[in-house]
Design a protein around this ligand. Structure first.
Ligand code: KE4
Length: 432
């Protein structure tokens, strides 16, 4: 049985936080609503580890929801950020670091001819949808059930991630006028997209998580992404890949590199900022030329492209650019997938492990999960007890069935073996 797991300090800190912060957190999914218990407060991270305020140490499979593909407090990132900080934090004016990061983004994403940096994934999606509607002079947007594209009003329809975790597919405060132009269809269901295009002639764009991570990890079915590419081209609509999570994650060039599909526009975030607040949108030059100040589509941001965040992104992407990194990451994640898949039948639990690159999810259900409806059928109570069984064994996975796990490059073989053993033991404990 694992060592006693103290959470006194987290409980004390959560008590205080709740007096000042809404729900004691700054993002709902951190409130542990779907796994129960007190949210864990972390004191620091280094490499593959997180240490909480009670001194418990964990191998981290959340990586701050994706950004920390290099692990915590990566030395090269730290050094460049430190050097940059000494020269000032932000100028609200152009700096060469923005250009450097933009060049790195274009090197990774050949479909991106021009970039605009913002400060979050939500901001990148808000901006890219405004651009898509302006460029096509059409209003309707297609998204997919269980996909989450940030908390912009018109996209909080059957959204995944925290909205699904809290069972808030549609948030109060969003007037139906704002969502009436959003069509949310089942993920991996090309026929539903085809019939939408035959029914509506005002569809500006289809936005998709090319690998879904916000309903848990659901890969695109063979032909799904190509089908979206063909249907949008045929109907003069734009294809937007929301690669906030998959960008620099499933490959240096994201899902569009992995599956060989060229979207018209792409949104980025998370890894792009190396742990600092950075989002971006970019794509075809003729489309991006319509964004102010080149064109009339307005979008702005006080801290967009600030040097410190740019430095963290540059130092991160430079370590990923040689792609050797991804070979090792793939080998490590495949090692875990193989071990878990072999172990599941021995544990008496009905579960399935799904993975694309270093993104994965263990679903508590008997068969593969291909869409949101199937993800919602999984046994979330089992997931909750599994989450705590893993935490007690020193492995931190997302506190929700509707999130993806992220393997970082800081995990070595001995860590992977500990993770595997913890998963097998935790599954057996959950079966009981
Ligand atoms: P942010 O505004 O949280 O930087 O990005 C929004 C976003 C956009 N697109 C995709 C595909 C995303 O996954 C996200 C944010 N992801 C969630 C985790 N599933 C962020 C975690 C949170 O909300 O606390």
């Amino acid at each position: 049985m694992p060592k006693p797991f103290k959470t006194d300090q987290s409980q004390k800190q959560f008590q205080i936080a709740q007096e000042h912060l809404v729900g004691g957190v700054n993002s709902p999914v951190r409130a542990f609503k779907s796994v129960g218990g007190t949210p864990i407060f972390f004191a620091r991270g280094k490499g593959p580890y997180l240490i909480d305020v009670d001194g418990n140490r964990y191998l981290d499979l959340v990586g701050s929801w994706g950004p920390l593909i290099l692990g915590h407090a990566d030395t090269a990132v730290l050094n460049l950020v430190r050097r940059t900080l000494r020269k000032g934090f932000t100028f609200g004016a152009p700096s060469t670091l923005e250009t450097q990061l933009a060049i790195l983004v274009k090197k990774a994403f050949p479909s991106i001819e021009k970039v605009r940096f913002v400060s979050s994934g939500t901001e990148s999606v808000l901006s890219v949808l405004r651009l898509a509607r302006a460029a096509t002079r059409k209003k309707r947007i297609i998204k997919f059930d269980g996909c989450y594209h940030g908390h912009g009003d018109s996209l909080l329809v059957a959204a995944g991630s925290g909205a699904a975790t809290l069972g808030l597919p549609d948030s109060p405060g969003v007037p139906e006028e704002f969502t009436s132009l959003t069509l949310s269809l089942p993920y991996n269901d090309l026929a539903s997209v085809e019939s939408a295009f035959s029914k509506y002639n005002d569809i500006a764009a289809v936005i998709v998580e090319p690998v879904a991570g916000n309903m848990g990890l659901v890969p695109p079915k063979q032909g799904f992404l190509q089908g979206l590419r063909d249907l949008t081209s045929k109907n003069q609509a734009l294809l937007i890949f929301d690669e906030v999570m998959t960008g620099f994650r499933v490959a240096f060039g994201g899902a569009q590199e992995l599956y060989g599909i060229k979207p018209d526009l792409t949104t980025l975030g998370k890894i792009l900022g190396g742990g600092m607040p950075v989002g971006a949108y970019g794509g075809r030059g003729d489309l991006m030329a319509q964004v102010a100040p080149e064109g009339p589509v307005y979008q702005a941001g006080t801290l967009s492209g600030n040097p410190v965040a740019m430095a963290a992104g540059i130092a991160t992407l430079k370590q990923l650019a040689d792609r050797v990194f991804y070979r090792q990451l793939e080998e490590n994640a495949a090692f875990v997938e193989e071990g878990v898949t072999r172990a599941i039948p021995k544990t008496g639990v009905s579960a399935v492990f799904q993975r694309v690159g270093s993104m994965a999810t263990l679903f508590f259900c008997p068969r593969a999960v291909k869409n949101y409806a199937q993800a919602k059928d999984c046994n979330r109570k089992k997931y909750a007890s599994f989450f705590w069984a893993m935490a007690r064994r020193g492995v931190y996975i997302p506190p929700s069935q509707f999130e993806a796990w992220f393997f970082s490059g800081a995990l070595a073989k001995e860590h992977l073996k500990k993770i595997l053993k913890s998963i097998e033991d935790s599954l057996k404990e959950t079966a009981g």
